[in-house]
Design a protein around this ligand. Structure first.
Ligand code: ATP
Length: 234
């Protein structure tokens, strides 16, 4: 496995947000983590990227225990994150936002910038525009583009479809598929379970801090409990 989260516990004060979760992501996969509001999805991604400390358990990436590694080193090791709420720099241009993704890297990043612009032609058209004046969908593209500028082995995506119109959701999901085809492993957190399960190969269901199901994504699309709870099912 490229990324392994083993029996990880995370607390906010006395509150247990993650109660011993185990998740594996293989190189080349798209894995999705679905779950309701407050299930712990964002906490899981923050713990992987080093923004939240874990209180027990272990995270291994590319054969290395990264449980206590500071966040910026995890970025250098190949963990790229596109955060919930996008977190772009509103006063900076689109292009400068993208360069911020690469600021810890040495060497020439122009190839990566060209790749991001190829994946997101809209960002190329708008490269001189202030990030904060971009539409919601465009800001989502920018956040993903910025994460790609870190040249990640695994891309962590937190609710990329949140607040977007259906057409834009389709567009973002097909770009995620393309990013994966080009060789980047993806761990996708989503409330839009239908779309996420269609895109991913494997899926985990998180409920109040625990993994309650793990299966091929296609199986969960047909799972009566998952349909009822997450797919507005029949
Ligand atoms: P959503 O889809 O609503 O973003 P989520 O599945 O991503 O939900 P988390 O944001 O990971 O869930 O939250 C998991 C639990 O931890 C929730 O009960 C939440 O209230 C709690 N929590 C999250 N952040 C904090 C914090 N900074 N302080 C205290 N509790 C927190």
């Amino acid at each position: 496995m490229l990324l392994e989260i083993e029996d990880v516990h995370v607390h906010y004060g006395k509150i247990a947000a993650l109660k011993g979760i185990t998740i594996g992501v293989d190189e080349g996969e798209i894995v999705t983590l679905i779950g309701a509001n407050g299930a712990g999805k964002t906490t899981t991604l923050k713990t992987i990227s080093g923004l939240r400390p874990l209180s027990a358990g272990r995270i291994t990436f590319d054969g290395q225990d990264i449980s206590r590694m500071p966040g910026h080193k995890r970025v250098l090791a190949g963990i790229g994150q596109s955060p919930e709420g996008r977190g772009i720099f509103p006063g900076m241009t689109v292009e400068d936002n993208l360069f911020m993704g690469a600021y810890t890297r040495k060497g020439d990043v122009s190839k990566d910038l060209a790749q991001v612009y190829e994946l997101f032609p809209r960002l190329a058209e708008r490269k001189s525009q202030a990030g904060g004046t971009m539409s919601g969908g465009e800001q989502q593209m920018l956040a993903i583009g910025r994460a790609l500028m870190t040249d990640p082995k695994v891309l962590l995506l937190d609710e990329p479809s949140m607040g977007l119109a259906p057409m834009m959701v389709q567009q973002i999901f097909s770009i995620i598929a393309e990013i994966n085809r080009r060789g980047t492993t993806v761990l996708l957190v989503e409330q839009n379970a239908q779309q996420a399960l269609q895109l991913a190969q494997r899926a985990y269901v998180l409920e109040t801090g625990s993994i309650v199901k793990s299966a091929p994504a296609a199986d969960l699309l047909d799972d009566p409990q998952v349909r009822a709870a997450y797919l507005g099912g029949d």
